[in-house]
Design a protein around this ligand. Structure first.
Ligand code: ZN
Ligand code: ZN
Length: 171
C-alpha cells in the first residue's frame, strides 16, 4: 500500500485506484495542546481521473484523546473528516492559471499524506468540550463543577462568553 499516486499513470489509464490505509499523525500534540493522543488515522480514498484532473476523494476517521477546554478532564472523541483534493499536471506555461481548488504540480508523483493530515487539522474543532453542558471548573476554588457544587458564589457565565458580551456592549 502506498500513499504516493502517479498522476500521469492515472490520467493515461483512466482506472481509479483505492487507498485504504492508516496514517500516523506527525507530532500531533505539539500542534494542539488539547489533543493528548491520536490513534493512526484510518483513511479510505479513491483517486480517479476526470477531464485531465486527478480527483482524490474519501474520508478519514480518527480516534482521539482530548482534554476538555472547560473542566480539563480527558475524553475520547471520534472525528470523521472528508478529504477532497484535485491535482493537475502543470504541463506547459499556458496552463498556469491557478484555480483555487486544484493543485498544479510539476512532478508525476504526489504524496497524499500531507493532504490527508491537512484535512484532519482543518476538520478538528477549535473548542473541545467533554459534553455540551460541561460546567467547567469553579473560577474561585478550582472544583470540577460537574462532580459537585463547591458553594462559592459565582455567576454562571463562562468567562469567555462574558468577554464576548463585553465585546458586543462596546459595539
Ligand atoms: Zn468538561
Ligand atoms: Zn468553588
Amino acid at each position: 500500500m502506498t500513499w504516493i499516486i502517479n498522476l500521469r499513470d492515472l490520467l493515461r489509464m483512466n482506472k481509479p485506484i483505492v487507498i485504504d490505509d492508516q496514517l500516523e499523525l506527525n507530532e500531533a500534540s505539539k500542534l494542539r495542546q488539547e489533543l493528548l493522543h491520536a490513534d493512526p488515522l484510518r483513511v479510505n480514498l479513491t483517486a480517479s481521473a476526470k477531464l485531465g484532473t486527478v480527483e482524490v476523494e474519501g474520508e478519514g476517521q480518527a480516534a482521539l484523546d482530548m482534554q476538555c477546554s472547560r473542566c480539563l478532564g480527558t475524553f475520547k472523541f471520534e472525528l470523521r473528516f472528508p478529504i477532497l483534493e484535485r491535482f493537475r499536471l502543470q504541463q506547459d506555461e499556458s496552463e498556469l492559471t491557478e484555480e483555487d481548488d486544484i493543485h498544479l504540480v510539476d512532478t508525476d508523483q504526489v504524496d497524499l499524506r500531507p493532504f490527508v493530515e491537512e484535512s484532519f487539522w482543518l476538520a478538528l474543532p477549535f473548542v473541545y468540550v467533554c459534553r455540551e453542558d460541561c460546567q467547567g471548573l469553579c473560577q474561585a476554588c478550582g472544583t470540577n463543577l460537574n462532580e459537585r457544587d463547591c458553594g462559592c458564589t459565582q455567576d454562571n457565565i463562562d468567562p469567555r462568553l462574558a468577554a464576548l458580551q463585553d465585546f458586543f456592549k462596546k459595539e
